[in-house]
Design a protein around this ligand. Structure first.
Ligand code: ATP
Length: 256
């Protein structure tokens, strides 16, 4: 298997708090990796370090053989890493389709002159963007809602729209921060199927999720974080029986 993304001894401090402490792991191309751990463990901070939203105090993020920490977020998206957020970040007053077209934009080349004069190249690019946006909406099951305002979608469908927008950037790695947050059981089941479909498309997926059913079913590999440090990694089956993990995380969850 080929390693597509590597984190090497990543550390991020906020004042006196070490939110991420010397975290290293590899993500193999085409796999689904789940990052799990208790609330406040540092999971979202790890994602923010990969996507360039935060810069590490120490360590490296290596994507496809190149160090990417230090690059601006839009450059990282252009390299092929897209994400969704824990708190939904859509353009609520734009249509579902327009939200996905915003994702396509990062791959469009026509500059200001193309925009002013509607060159053939720009028309072609716009047509291709529309086709891509509609096909990603079809893929996530929202094609019929293309003309709706994003704000009219259910919470679960807004999460799917965020995924469609991320897919429209043509990523190689897709990062999902709590994709099942606010979803009911049926929506979560459909999301698991969607994650499997995206994996079959060859996408490499990283996700944070508190829904253990989804994590165990959708992920090939898990990395467990506690107090900013990696405490375990392995297959879901290995993690389920890891005493350190049970104590730190799964155990407390079952006790509730
Ligand atoms: N921008 C920031 N400034 C200061 N502290 C921060 C910042 N972002 C995160 N933290 C702190 O870093 C720690 C890790 O937060 P993080 O959001 O990464 O955890 P998490 O594992 O994703 O938690 P959850 O599962 O609740 O989303 C927390 O103590 C948090 O308060």
């Amino acid at each position: 298997m080929t390693t597509l993304l590597s984190l090497e001894k990543l550390t991020k401090k906020f004042g006196g708090l070490t939110a991420v402490n010397q975290v290293s792991f590899d993500v193999e191309q085409g796999t689904v990796l789940g990052l799990i751990g208790p609330n406040g463990a540092g999971k979202t901070t790890v994602f923010n370090l990969i996507t360039g939203n935060y810069q590490p105090n120490e360590g490296k993020v290596i994507f496809d053989g190149k160090i990417i920490n230090g690059l601006l977020t839009h450059k990282i998206v252009a390299l092929g890493i897209a994400r969704t957020f824990q708190t939904i970040r859509l353009f609520q007053n734009l249509s579902v389709l327009e939200n996905v077209l915003a994702g396509c934009h990062c791959r469009m080349k026509s500059g200001i002159f193309g925009g002013m004069f509607q060159t053939p190249a720009q028309k072609k690019e716009e047509r291709e963007a529309l086709e891509l946006a509609l096909s990603e909406l079809e893929f996530v099951g929202l094609r019929k809602d293309a003309e709706q305002l994003a704000s009219n979608l259910s919470y679960g469908n807004q999460r799917l729209l965020e995924i469609a927008r991320a897919l429209a950037t043509k990523p190689r790695v897709l990062i999902l921060d709590e994709p099942a947050g606010g979803m009911n059981e049926q929506e979560t089941d459909s999301l698991i199927k969607l994650i499997q479909k995206m994996s079959e498309r060859g996408l490499t997926i990283l996700l944070i999720e508190h829904d253990m059913g989804l994590v165990m079913e959708a992920c090939h590999k898990l990395v467990v974080i506690e107090y900013g440090s990696k405490i375990a990694q392995g297959t879901p089956e290995e993690i389920k029986v890891n005493p350190r993990v049970i104590e730190a995380y799964l155990g407390t969850d079952e006790d509730e």
